[in-house]
Ligand binder design. Structure first.
Ligand SMILES: Nc1ncnc2c1ncn2[C@@H]1O[C@H](COP(=O)(O)OP(=O)(O)OP(=O)(O)O)[C@@H](O)[C@H]1O
Length: 257
């Protein structure tokens, strides 16, 4: 099969060179009287995977919205390397290499799979560079034989994987994934593992992943954060964090003691 995505012709984006960390420093987000999270600080390294978990409504999606520029934080700063990217607009951050996926499928619905991939590529980073291995991913996820089909006619699992491949074809440096496994069947979920492995090894991406599937979180994330009631409740390796009493209580909604 010929390559679906040609390398971008645009020159290397110098601001991206040397970027190694995405860092939040004392970030707060408030909607009117509702403080969704307060004074949150953490960082994700390129090539690293950080899991963010927490009960429904804990603020995980809002956190991604704030990092990717879809919402401005109420307080605090966000840095990409040394560059302050706080409240930069979504499209500008995509060009710097910060990209996000959505809980629901995020394709251009009636447009073909191939055209979806072209549009995603154009939306993304303005640097050129080597082969992203997109064709191999399309083969692996069973999308290669659907390139001419409208994306909204694909089964849900394929739409979801197309959404992820689209994010990658924008050539990100940091990926913010909002529940990539939600709605996928068990056998499809290992494709999320493969996707993240590909993003890390092929592009050197740093990955922040919000996910409710704890098996997937344990498989993929050497480190996790637990968001609860507006604060970082716990941070560390998943096996250790998930065995903590306060984390178990946060998920059950009440202490068993
Ligand atoms: N634009 C908004 N305006 C007002 N409140 C909002 C807005 N977006 C989110 N919220 C509120 O912020 C809180 C956190 O929502 P958010 O969707 O970030 O949680 P979540 O942890 O991602 O939940 P889930 O796991 O169910 O997806 C909720 O109380 C939600 O109602």
């Amino acid at each position: 099969m010929s390559s679906v995505l040609a390398p971008s012709p645009v020159a290397t984006h110098t601001a991206r060179q040397g970027v190694q960390k995405l860092r939040l420093d004392g970030v707060t987000k408030q909607f009117g009287g509702l403080k969704v999270f307060d004074n949150i600080s953490f960082e994700v390294e390129q090539g690293g995977v950080l899991g963010v978990i927490g009960p429904n409504g804990a603020g995980k999606t809002t956190l991604i919205n704030v990092i990717c520029g879809m919402l401005a934080p109420t307080a605090g700063r966000i840095y990409l390397g040394d560059r302050d990217i706080t409240a930069m607009p979504f499209h500008a951050l995509a060009r710097l290499g910060v990209a996000r996926s959505f809980q629901q499928t995020n394709t251009f619905r009636s447009v073909s799979v191939e055209e979806n991939l072209f549009r995603a590529q154009r939306f993304g980073a303005v640097h050129g560079g080597g082969d992203l291995g997109i064709d191999a991913l399309l083969d692996e996820f069973g999308l290669s034989s659907h390139l001419d089909e409208p994306s909204d006619k694909l089964p849900y699992g394929l739409q979801k994987m197309l959404g992820l491949v689209m994010v990658l074809s924008a050539r990100p440096r940091f990926l913010l994934l909002d529940e990539p496994a939600a709605g996928l069947e068990r056998r499809e979920r290992t494709q999320v593992d493969r996707f993240i492995e590909h993003a890390r090894t092929k592009l050197g991406c740093g990955v922040l992943i919000v996910e409710h599937d704890m098996d997937l979180v344990k498989r993929l994330c050497p480190r996790i954060l637990v968001l609860e009631a507006g604060r970082l409740l716990a941070e560390g390796p998943p096996a250790e964090v998930l065995s903590r009493r306060e984390v178990i209580d946060a998920y059950l909604g009440a202490s068993e003691d």
